[in-house]
Design a protein around this ligand. Structure first.
Ligand code: ADP
Length: 212
């Protein structure tokens, strides 16, 4: 099974991907994580990527496609693509890289996206995602899963989230029609309470994925 997760920043793609990958035994490929790793490891593209990410802009297609291809070559079996494609040109490029069975589109209101983003904390070690309002870690600053240190992403400020939302509507939202026309777009309401990520949203995703 090869699926794409589509949705505005902070719709919960990363959180849900972690659950879905366990249920269907898939590998989670997040282009945001690939870029953050490249920056942390002083990869040659790191400095340019960081500047663009911190502005809420996208990195150039060539940069992200090369990183993604490198990653996919290492993998076998099913995948969840999170954060790619983000533009129509990336969707066209993806056709030459791999086939896709379904696109799960997480619907979210802007206010919910902003609220979630400014209260999000992430584990430095395992990438686990928490929310200081709705999905609190048991111990402040410490990951429930691996005891790693929790941090806030540099691009999770209100100003940058607004800019990421604008970029999403301008450049990524057209993908919804692209995949609707291919008959593989499935919508999921992602405004539901994140304190129960195991329940409603995941159940709705399973109902869709069990049929493909
Ligand atoms: P979000 O939680 O906003 O969806 P991600 O972690 O997926 O964020 O990505 C963080 C940033 O990395 C994006 O705002 C963008 O700058 C860059 N990025 C990630 N994937 C892509 C892509 N497919 N094309 C261009 N830029 C990307």
């Amino acid at each position: 099974m090869k699926i794409i997760l589509l949705g505005a920043p902070n719709a919960g793609k990363g959180t849900y991907a972690r659950k879905i990958k366990e249920i269907y035994n898939l590998t989670h490929v997040s282009t945001g994580d690939l870029l953050r790793n490249a920056i942390a490891n002083n990869h040659p593209i790191g400095a340019e990527a960081k500047e663009l990410i911190d502005q809420g802009s996208f990195v150039p297609d060539e940069m992200i496609v090369n990183l993604l291809k490198e990653e996919l070559e290492k993998l076998e079996g099913g995948i969840i693509l999170d954060g790619f494609p983000r533009t129509l040109s990336q969707a066209e490029l993806l056709k030459d890289i791999t086939d896709i069975n379904a696109v799960l589109k997480f619907d979210i209101n802007d206010e919910v996206a902003i609220r979630r983003g400014i209260s999000r904390v992430i584990c430095k070690d395992c990438g686990g995602i928490f929310n200081l309002l709705k999905l609190k870690p048991k111990e402040e600053g410490i990951c429930d899963h691996c005891q790693g240190e929790l941090y806030r992403r540099d691009d999770d400020t209100e100003e940058t989230i607004k800019s990421r939302l604008k970029t999403y509507y301008e450049q990524t939202a057209p993908l919804e029609d692209f995949y609707k026309n291919l008959g593989i777009l499935k919508s999921v309401d992602a405004n539901l309470d994140m304190s129960h990520p195991d329940f409603k949203v995941i159940k709705n995703c399973q109902e869709i994925l069990d049929k493909i």
